[in-house]
Design a protein. Structure first.
Length: 215
């Protein structure tokens, strides 16, 4: 039994590592394909202007300013995605910021949030694990063709225990998470347990699936 448990945890952590590596790879590709190309274009325009020995017109100056502003905003967003600056000071805000991205990409869903006004102190590294686990849950359970009708998310503290509950309500049984995804959910639960010394489990009741995070 010990060997089986060890291998299960090992597989879960390997799955977690692969998911995080893939996420970083996609962020790196975004930098290379968008931000670095923008920087190259901006530099080339400046070089051409210098070769022509012409003064920059108002129109060109405004165009360059727009490019700089775009790069600034993009890099700021990228930085927040990799490691939100306010993660340690305001964990509920970090969750709301993460959810904002899913709300925009899934406008057909009803999101209901219940967040506390203040939160206990915990390390940013620990909070990041919880935040990444929540994002992985959405990645697994919200494919384009199998989205639920409504999602309720609540965060609260019970004495020394933090509790995050995500409840997804579906319109019919055909929209539930497919069976092939349950193994990924099990890996996520095992990874969360190993990395936080907490618990993550889920329960299904008819057209509703609830996911419980405790740490």
């Amino acid at each position: 039994m010990f060997v089986q448990s060890y291998h299960r945890i090992q597989q879960s952590l390997q799955w977690w590592s692969l998911r995080q590596s893939l996420k970083l790879f996609m962020e790196a590709e975004k930098i290379r394909e968008e931000l670095l190309q923008e920087l190259f274009t901006f530099r080339r325009n400046l070089e051409l202007s210098a070769l022509d020995n012409e003064e920059l017109s108002i129109e060109k100056t405004q165009a360059y300013v727009k490019q700089i502003d775009y790069l600034h905003r993009s890099l700021a967003k990228l930085s927040d995605r990799l490691f939100p600056s306010y993660l340690q000071d305001n964990f509920p805000l970090a969750i709301e910021d993460l959810l904002a991205q899913w709300i925009v990409s899934h406008p057909q869903l009803e999101f209901h949030l219940s967040m506390p006004l203040s939160w206990r102190y915990e390390s940013a590294e620990h909070s990041l694990i919880v935040l990444n686990a929540l994002e992985e849950l959405f990645t697994i359970t919200l494919p384009d063709l199998l989205t639920p009708r409504a999602i309720n998310i609540s965060l609260e503290q019970r004495q020394n225990l933090a509790q995050l509950i995500v409840t997804m309500t579906y319109s019919d049984l055909s929209m539930l998470v497919p069976y092939t995804h349950w193994r990924e959910l099990d890996y996520l639960c095992e990874s969360f347990k190993a990395l936080t010394a907490g618990k993550l489990f889920y329960r299904r009741n008819n057209l509703m699936v609830a996911y419980y995070f405790y740490w």
